[in-house]
Structures are given as C-alpha cells and as structure tokens.
Design a protein around this ligand. Structure first.
Ligand code: PQQ
Length: 690
C-alpha cells in the first residue's frame, strides 16, 4: 500500500507525529531515523523478497562531493528522499529518478575535524511538518524548508569554545526537535536539548552528568543530578567534564510517552583521573528515560557502572512488545559496546535479561537481581597498573551501526565484531589543548613489526552479522563479514536482511537462515544502514555507501582489506527489481611511494616522537603511523623530509581548513621534530618490508 495521506495533508505538526506513530500504515515512506519511533528498522514491504531478491539491480546512483565516512539513514517522505553526507551536508532527491532537488551546505569550518574523535560524519536528518533538521559537526541545529532547501532557522546548541561536535540524527517528538552531541574523548559534559520545530526556540535541556556541586544549570536535570552527585568524587567538572555524551541513539514510546536516550562514556576514560575514589558516575554508560515535553527524568539503567573502557550505552535502542516466559513485556533492547545484549522493561528500566553476544572478559555476567555486572578485577587497569586486553574493546562489540528487529522472525540482527583493545594507564597524563584526552596510553594499539605476529593479531579481528533471539538470549545464525567494521542493518517483511560490508559489498540474507541471497559490488566500504521504501507500487532499497568512521581512523592497518586501505567512493545507491544500471569502473589504483628522507635523529628522539604521536596524532593518522586511508598516511607525505614544510603544517596549521589544525599548543618544538623523526622511522620500516 502507498502512503495514506498526501504531503499536503501532512502539514500540521500533530500529523507528522501521528504518521511516525502509525508508520506501518504508510510503508512506502521512511519518516524517521529508525523508520518508526520504536526504531525497529523493519520495513513492512514485501515486494522484494527471498524469492526474487536475486533480480535486484541498480536503479540510480549519485556521487557525493565528500570523501569521508558516510553514515546517513536517508528519509523518504512522499517520493522525496532527504539524506546527509560528511561535513553535515543535506541533500534532497527525487527518490524515484535520483535527480538532486537541492543540497544544503552548512559550511562547517574544516578545523572542526580536529574536535571529532571519529570522522566528520553525519547520520541523517529528521523530518517534521514540511521541514528537515540537521545537527552540524560544529554544533548547530538547523531547520530547513523541505521543499526549497532554504535555511529557516539555526541555533548553536553547544559551547563552541569546547570540543563538542554533532554527528547524530535529530528526532522530533510532539513538535520538539531533540539533539545531543559528542566530545567525551576530549573532555566535555554531555546533554541533550529540545527545540521548537517551528522556531528553534529552546524548550528544555537535560545534562547527563552533574556539574559542580551546588551550582544549578537551570535545566530539567537539576533535581535528579543533585541526587546522583554522590556517585562522583573529586573535581570531575574540571577534570574531563564528566562525559556522558548523547551522541547517537534515542527512541520513543508514544503510549508511555517516554523518550529513551543512550548515554556515552565517562570523560576522562580513566576513572582515577575524573573521579578519584571511584563511584558509579551516573549517568555515564546508562539508558535514561525522560518525558519528551519537559525533559523530566523518569528512570535510568546503568550498564557499565564507573565505566573506564569507553563502553558507551549510546548504541541503537529498539523497542518491541515480546512474550517472555509467557508474559507480554514492553521491552527496550540494546547491544552496547560492552558486549552484553540487554533486554529491559521499558516501563520502569528494570533488567529482564542480559547475555554476552560476543567474547566478553571484563565481567563474568550481569546479576539479574541487582542489574549490576560482576566485574573482573583485572579489567581495572588503573588499579593493576598493567595492560588490560579487553574484549570487547573501545569500539565495542557493536558501535553506532543500527541493528534491526524483525517482528516476523522475532530476531534482532546485529552488526557485531570481535576486536580487543589494550588499556594501559598513561602515567604522564596531562590534558592537552587539542585532540583527545583519555588518560589511557594508546601506544598499546601499535601492531608489532614482525609480519607473523602482526598476521596473528589481525586474525583475531573479525566481523559478523548475527541473528539474535532476544527471548532466549541466543544466537540463531551468523554470517561472516570480510572485515570487522561493517554497515548498519535493514530488515524487511519480505524475509530479508540487508547489510553493506566493509569489504565493499551490499548483501541480502535470508532473515530466517542467514543464507546470502544477493550481493552487489559497491566499490567502497559501507558503514551506513540501508532503507526500504516504495512509490507508485514499486519497492526500492537505498544505501549511502562510503568508508569511514572511528575504526579506519584510529586502528590504521587493522582496518585494511586484503589490498591495503579500503577506498572511499561516496555515493547514494538505489536498487529495484529488474533494474540494470551500473557503476562506472573504479579508477586504477595509483601506486603510492613511501618517502625515504635520511633519518636525522637518534633512537631516543624517535621514541619521544612516538610517545607524542601516540598521545594525539594516532586518533586520525592511525596506529603505528599507518593510516586506515581516511586521513593522510604520513609515511607518504613529502612534509616528513622537509622541516619547514612540516612546521608549516604542524605548527602553523596551513591545512587547518582540511582539519589539520596547528598543534603547537600540544607539543614543544623538540617534540614536533621528534614526531617527524618517528614518522621517517616508520616509513623506513615499511620500505624494508616491501
Ligand atoms: N563515532 C563513531 C563513528 O561514527 O564511526 C564511532 C564512535 C563515535 C565511537 O566509538 C565513540 O566512542 C564515539 N564517542 C563519542 C563521544 O564519546 O562523544 C562521539 C562519537 C561521534 O560523535 O561520532 C563516537
């Protein structure tokens, strides 16, 4: 069936909300980030199904003008597609033809990239009453006329003097646009804010962690935060800001009238720095239920008390009504970074069950009575002083990539991965002006040079699409992905699960069995989730492709495919049954040449350079000075052989407009030279290995 109402009929605010509440009545549309407020990401469309998916072909593609990670979920509203690309740009397409109707470029200053932990990505827009809304990397929330692409209003929703960013998609509930922010790797205090969809006027704000005791924010969170301040110690408002950013996931139950927000990690990561003396540090790594009209607190559930491992609870939250042990339950499901699959009672936040969906070593289980994890004492690396190889690691078991819940099979489809992370106390930690501030020594991420040991480490890193039965808390099937970092998921009532992978293919699986039924070469790694929609009785599948995000930036070589870094070719792709379109052949790979300037420094200077590199540069340019292909690989940069050029970049910031700001406040001139010596050393090591 086609949309019940025309676009014109949808012009009152109440109507858009009602349409999202009754999303199944108009399966041709995709009106909100997770399709419906429950964020199930299951399309009721059945025209494309297990019997005919092999005939799926390319209907149209559109080359995006950015080459960073593409993470957007497009919306489709009555035949018009609204999506976003890196640097927070917004596009509107005629959904059937792929003709660009307008593009809105918020002109995010390039230097903002240095405030983003995990690429200059954007996960999509919200739609309400003829308007679309985008959160921009530099912290603005912008209302745009859906028809013309003209800006209607813009508000700055963060303190731009601090390292806040926005990558997540807004949601709109009852005429209020709700937006969070990111930055908990840099030292910020998390919150979400609601704005009037018509005017951009602030309605309420909810901070997720307390500020300085005794100082009120004048926010909806004042009363509840006063009550949880005793879960903190020391001067966290100065030392790291507390963290708890709401940088991605929200869902909404219209009957209970509860908004659920996923809250991120503590800042600094190491608790002894932000809250010496310990404490649960509410509401970091928690799910919090809030009244969407007032921002009033209702309940919370903390998944990782006192988090020290970047175990955010910001991951996708799916609401569903399940029968568990014979009882109908209103549940909220999440597969957060910490590796346990949680089923909560969403009326009150009580834990129903939690079981590991990947290898987990930081806790032996979750106590059903208290709802708390049984911690492995070895995981407390600050206390032991030793390196802790955590499973899962700081990117999780599952990062922001949305999962999907199919009410037909009863399974949740999770893009999960096995990726350990070595945590080690940074003994000389001092907050730096620019870049990340974690309190953890990231040098432990560097892979060994010995090719055999390196290959052995790489072998332990794996990605799978899994079907998970939330009632029995058991895996039903798994389909291996070529690399660890893969796309979000779409499920359909046609019995299909769609997912793009990091190796460059867009795949369809049988939702019941996991059998791969179709695959298409999209020429680039995929991280974004696909959508299904229809127009004039015909079903389409759309995917935004384009490699990027945290994994290829930070981990460098671990993120490579078989032939080196995975390329970014950013495109919007739309598929239909019987369509015969094709992509242009990918350009021939250009042979890159390693630099081989003469080493000018001694071993001690190189070691100093490595320390400085690992403190700041590693987050974008990759572990071991080996890039994952998103930021430049410095071993190939002419700047390393030329001190003047190097200083122009690192000291004077001549490439600030591309995100490479001046880092002169972080380092002494000697350290900046030492970093150059370290990269030259890495280039020489790579040359010898070739
Ligand atoms: N973003 C990605 C990505 O887009 O690939 C992956 C991550 C983020 C993470 O693994 C994070 O931990 C993370 N953390 C924050 C934060 O703590 O504020 C923000 C973001 C972001 O906004 O993208 C990410």
């Amino acid at each position: 069936p086609e949309p019940a109402k025309s676009a014109a009929a949808a012009s009152t605010p109440a109507d858009t909300g009602e349409r999202i509440v009754h999303a199944d009545a108009e399966p041709g549309n995709w009106l909100s980030y997770g399709r419906d407020y429950q964020e199930q990401r299951n399309s009721p469309l059945t025209q494309i199904n297990t019997g005919n998916v092999s005939q799926l072909g390319l209907a149209w593609s559109y080359d995006l003008d950015t080459h960073r990670g593409q993470e957007a979920t497009p919306l489709v509203v009555d035949g018009v597609m609204y999506t976003t690309s890196a640097w927070s740009k917004v596009q509107a397409f005629d959904a059937v033809s792929g003709k660009l109707l307008w593009q809105f470029d918020p002109k995010v200053p390039g230097a903002t990239a240095a405030k983003a932990c995990c690429d200059v990505v954007n996960r999509g827009v919200a739609y309400w009453d003829g308007k679309v809304f985008v959160g921009t990397l530099d912290g603005r929330l912008i209302g745009i006329d859906a028809e013309t692409g003209q800006q209607l209003w813009s508000v700055v929703t963060v303190d731009q003097s601090k390292d806040y960013t926005i990558t997540g998609a807004p949601r709109v509930i009852k005429g209020r646009v709700i937006i969070g922010n990111g930055g908990a790797e840099f030292g910020v205090r998390g919150y979400i804010t609601a704005y009037d969809a018509d005017t951009g006027k602030l309605a309420w704000r909810f901070y997720t962690v307390p500020g300085k005791p005794g100082e009120k924010d004048g926010a909806a969170s004042d009363d509840i935060l006063a009550k949880v301040t005793d879960t903190w110690n020391g001067e966290w408002w100065k030392n790291g800001g507390g963290g708890g950013t709401v940088w991605d996931s929200m869902s909404y139950d219209p009957e209970l009238d509860l908004l659920y927000i996923g809250v991120g990690n503590g800042s600094y990561w190491r608790r002894t720095l932000r809250s010496p003396g310990g404490g649960d540090n509410l509401f970091v790594a928690s799910i919090v239920a809030i009244k969407p009209e007032t921002g009033e607190y209702v309940w919370h559930y903390q998944e990782t008390p006192g988090d020290e491992w970047d175990y955010t609870a910001t991951n996708h939250m799916v609401l569903a009504d399940l029968t568990i042990d014979g009882q109908p339950r209103k549940v909220l499901m999440q597969a957060p970074k910490n590796g346990f699959f949680y089923v909560l009672d969403r009326t009150n936040g009580k834990l129903i069950s939690a079981k590991p969906y990947v290898t987990v070593n930081w806790a032996s289980g979750i106590d059903l009575k208290t709802g708390k994890p049984n911690f492995n004492p070895d995981a407390d690396y600050a206390k032991t002083g030793k390196t802790w190889l955590a499973m899962p690691g700081a990117l999780g078991a599952h990062d922001w990539m949305p999962m999907a819940y199919n009410p037909g099979t009863g399974y949740v489809y999770i893009p999960m991965f096995e990726l350990g992370f070595p945590y080690l106390t940074d003994r000389n930690f001092e907050p730096k002006k620019k870049g990340v501030n974690l309190g953890v020594d990231l040098s432990a991420l560097n892979l060994p040079d010995d090719p055999k040991v390196k290959a052995a480490v790489k072998k332990t890193v794996k990605g799978y699409l899994i079907a998970w039965d939330p009632k029995t808390q058991k895996e039903v099937w798994r389909a291996p992905n070529p690399v660890a970092w893969n796309g979000g998921v779409l499920s359909t009532s046609g019995g299909l699960v769609f997912q793009g992978d990091g190796g460059g293919h867009f795949n369809a699986y049988d939702a019941k069995t996991g059998k791969k039924l179709w695959s298409y070469d999209v020429q680039t790694g995929v991280v974004a989730p696909p959508i299904a929609w229809s127009k004039d009785g015909k079903e389409y599948i759309t995917l935004v492709a384009g490699w990027g995000g945290a994994f290829p930036l930070l981990t460098g070589e671990l993120s490579w495919g078989e032939n080196g870094p995975i390329p970014n070719r950013s495109r919007v792709l739309t598929f239909a049954l019987g369509a015969k379109g094709s992509l242009p052949p990918p350009p021939e790979a250009v042979k890159r040449v390693l630099q081989s300037p003469k080493q000018f420094a001694d071993a001690q200077t190189i070691a100093t350079g490595q320390k400085a590199y690992d403190r700041t540069c590693i987050v974008c340019h990759g572990a071991g000075a080996i890039s994952g292909g998103i930021a430049p690989d410095l071993r190939y940069s002419a700047a390393i052989g030329n001190k003047e050029f190097w200083d122009q970049v690192v000291v004077n910031g001549v490439f600030a407009s591309q995100g490479m700001v001046s880092f002169k406040e972080n380092f002494t001139p000697q350290e900046i030279e030492a970093i150059r010596a370290y990269v030259i050393d890495r280039a020489h090591v790579a040359t010898q290995a070739e």
